[in-house]
Design a protein around this ligand. Structure first.
Ligand code: SF4
Length: 294
């Protein structure tokens, strides 16, 4: 999988962004520079465009078409705050490029709270409208809603799940994951860091709502020993490939090989005392219980 960062310019200024916003260096790749980068990566089976905010670039449609032409068999995804899709003409042109998927974060279930996190008034209205406009083309482009979890919004997870269930029927999937404590998230870490065991009950309530409403969801950067085994099948790995991190407490854990672990920055800032190794007897007990329920 190739990741193509197109620059740091953005129309939001999210409190938990992994880039420092506003950016101290104003790097935005030129069209030629990015084309060269695309050519270098043309053997990859999938490519993800990241920013900043890629959709505010004047050459975005050209770049997407260039990728589709150069890598016709690879899956193309754009990570976006979704605001530009509130313009129907923009969405129509975007879909014509043949881009396969868009991943859009939703930070809260209402404008006041979402905009407090993005620090961009009006962003919630635009993002929600953007998702709705994209849904008009749901047969052509997959829409993934991402929920970046931190101290400011974790108690909102059930309300966010209800909002998604009511407003975004037809999206491909929902992906909740905890913040990576770098960039703005690191600068604001005192306001943002929350222990994953504190998040657990709110997360599971949210997942139950999504499940009840027939939504697909994947969990990233969340270990098996944290969530109810009911959701183990939804543990999908990491949003960014990085070296697997295991802890002392994982010694002997039967899920160690397939466990995504947590962000390294979480282990560094919060520690690893919450993670408890899963034993074979636990698995046996679980299997027995499933059998008894049949
Ligand atoms: S104990 Fe370690 S390997 Fe096992 S599920 Fe927890 S974090 Fe993953």
């Amino acid at each position: 999988m190739a990741q193509l960062g197109v620059g740091v310019a953005c129309n939001n200024c999210c409190i938990m962004c992994t880039t420092i916003m506003p950016p101290p260096n104003n790097w935005n790749g030129s069209t030629e520079e990015l084309e060269r980068e695309i050519l270098k990566n043309r053997t990859h089976s999938s490519v993800t465009i990241t920013g900043g905010e890629a959709t505010i670039r004047p050459d975005i449609f050209h770049l997407l078409r260039f990728i589709k032409k150069t890598m016709p068999n690879s899956r193309l995804t754009v990570l976006s705050n979704g605001r530009m899709f509130c313009y129907p003409e923009f969405t129509k042109e975007f879909v014509k490029t043949g881009c396969d998927a868009v991943a859009i974060p939703l930070h809260a279930e209402n404008a006041e709270f979402h905009d407090r996190i993005t620090r961009a008034p009006g962003s919630f209205e635009q993002t929600v409208q953007g998702v709705k406009n994209l849904l008009e083309y749901k047969n052509k482009v997959d829409i993934e809603i991402r929920v970046v979890i931190h101290k400011l919004n974790y108690k909102h997870l059930p309300a966010i799940a209800s909002f998604i269930s009511n407003e975004f029927k037809g999206i491909q999937r929902v992906v909740p994951f905890p913040i990576d404590i770098i960039g703005n998230a690191n600068l604001n870490r005192k306001k943002l860091i929350v222990r994953i065991t504190e998040v657990k009950p709110y997360l599971e309530k949210g997942l139950a709502i999504l499940e009840k409403n027939g939504f697909e969801f994947n969990l990233y950067h969340i270990p098996f020993c944290i969530v109810n085994r009911r959701y183990w099948k939804n543990i999908a790995g990491r949003t960014v490939e990085e070296r697997r991190i295991t802890f002392k407490s994982c010694r002997g854990c039967i899920m160690k090989k397939s466990c995504p672990g947590v962000w390294k920055t979480y282990a560094f800032r919060v520690g690893t005392s919450e993670f408890k190794s899963i034993t074979a007897s636990y698995k046996k007990k679980y299997k027995q219980r499933q059998f008894n329920l049949l």
